[in-house]
Design a protein around this ligand. Structure first.
Ligand SMILES: [Zn+2]
Length: 396
């Protein structure tokens, strides 16, 4: 459960927590900023040019909802749903300060009424419903407005028969709404089940941090689960676990790379290729968009003939729709099938893309490297990660 904004990105390094907390204001107004990961001073315009990624250490800084939408969807294609839904303080809840004050401060800071932004737009011409949980709004926590917006987005995706993308940056359930916030876990899962039962394809993308009740509900139920490099992904944060069990945690505990190794996620995707990779995955699951060139098949890959064999060719020619059981079946098999044939290479996904993220979109083979990762994980015998996941909520 989220307590406040202090809960997460800093919690990744439990050993130096107080120090981290002091350095929390990592974005001064000037042209330079200190990277909280490598602690180097970096040139802000460079960071922005790299889509908010540290040029020194590849750390992925937070993106807010607007930046995320801009990154993923075709320009000006986003049409927001339910922007006016706003939370109320029905419990008269006060922790360090009253909940209404917290909401007001968050609204002033972000210009949003709550942490979720949902809507419809296009990605390389394909219509998708997209949701974003914005960590800058009370830690991206899920109260009843967030749960309601996401559930409606899921229903809308089912109605429109289009794929659903949700980008999670959240500390979990919103404790200021008590048990009502916990109910959102069940509500979103139920809406998602309706959507998936009709063959809808859901890609869950976990960004830093994705923890608590959000991870213990819809965020873990993607047909494909992607993560940005280095993101904290877990139910309880490492600090909480360490304080509870009073033991040192393994290196990189609950980061994306750790979760990939343990079969919890399918693939780590660098921000520079995220948009194209999602488009590619949707092409694989649903077939290519008619009249639309496959987005990110790198030239070398096409040269090898792989693109033509396994990419668009596996589709059924009709895009944009959930094709009942066929889409569903594809969503279970395609990525694993593809990646399992490419296993056996050492994993180094982020470092490959790292050199030139922006140019990488068109040129490099980063996607393929990441696929090898996924293949490795699958073949390493995580027989059914989702089974494990679906048990999480009940165990708490
Ligand atoms: Zn850095």
């Amino acid at each position: 459960m989220i307590r406040d904004e202090k809960t997460s990105p800093e919690a990744r390094n439990p050993g130096s927590q107080p120090e981290r907390a002091r350095k929390k204001k990592e974005m001064p107004g000037g042209l330079w900023m200190r990277c909280k990961s490598c602690e180097k001073t970096v040139f802000k315009p460079d960071v922005e040019r790299l889509l908010n990624v540290c040029p020194e250490c590849n750390h992925h800084f937070l993106l807010n909802s607007a930046q995320r939408v801009q990154l993923i969807l075709d320009a000006a294609s986003f049409e927001e749903f339910d922007a006016d839904l706003a939370p109320r303080d029905f419990l008269n809840f006060t922790d360090l300060k009253p909940y209404p004050e917290r909401l007001k401060a968050a609204e002033e800071k972000t210009g949003m009424k709550d942490a979720a932004t949902v809507g419809v737009g296009t990605l390389h011409g394909r219509t998708v419903v997209m949701g974003v949980l914005d960590f800058t709004f009370i830690g991206g926590s899920m109260g009843y407005v967030v749960g309601e917006k996401l559930s409606r987005a899921m229903d809308r995706a089912a109605e429109l028969k289009v794929p659903l993308l949700i980008f999670t940056g959240s500390g979990g359930a919103r404790m200021m709404e008590g048990v009502v916030s916990l109910m959102q876990m069940a509500k979103t899962c139920a809406a998602l089940a309706r959507f998936q039962k009709e063959g809808g394809v859901f890609i869950s993308c976990l960004t830093d941090p994705s923890t608590g009740g959000v991870l213990a509900s819809f965020a873990s139920l993607g047909d494909v689960i992607l993560a940005e490099p280095g993101a904290v992904i877990g139910f309880a944060g490492p600090r909480v676990i360490q304080n509870t069990i009073r033991q040192e945690l393994p290196d990189g505990f609950q980061r994306s790379e750790f979760m990939l190794r343990h079969g919890f996620i399918d693939r780590i995707v660098h921000r520079s290729t995220l948009r194209d990779d999602i488009a590619k995955i949707l092409d694989l699951l649903l077939g290519p968009m008619p009249g639309h060139h496959p987005p990110a098949a790198p030239k070398e890959e096409r040269g090898e003939g792989k693109g033509s064999k396994k990419g668009p060719g596996t589709g059924r020619g009709k895009a944009n729709g959930s094709k009942g059981s066929s889409a569903k079946g594809a969503s279970k098999n395609s990525p694993g099938e593809k990646s399992s044939k490419k296993s056996g290479k050492p994993k180094s996904a982020p470092s490959v893309v790292r050199e030139s993220p922006l140019e990488g979109q068109a040129k490099d083979g980063a996607g393929r490297v990441a696929e090898k990762d996924a293949g490795k994980t699958r073949s390493a015998g995580s027989s059914n990660p989702k089974q494990k996941v679906s048990q999480t909520p009940t165990s708490k």
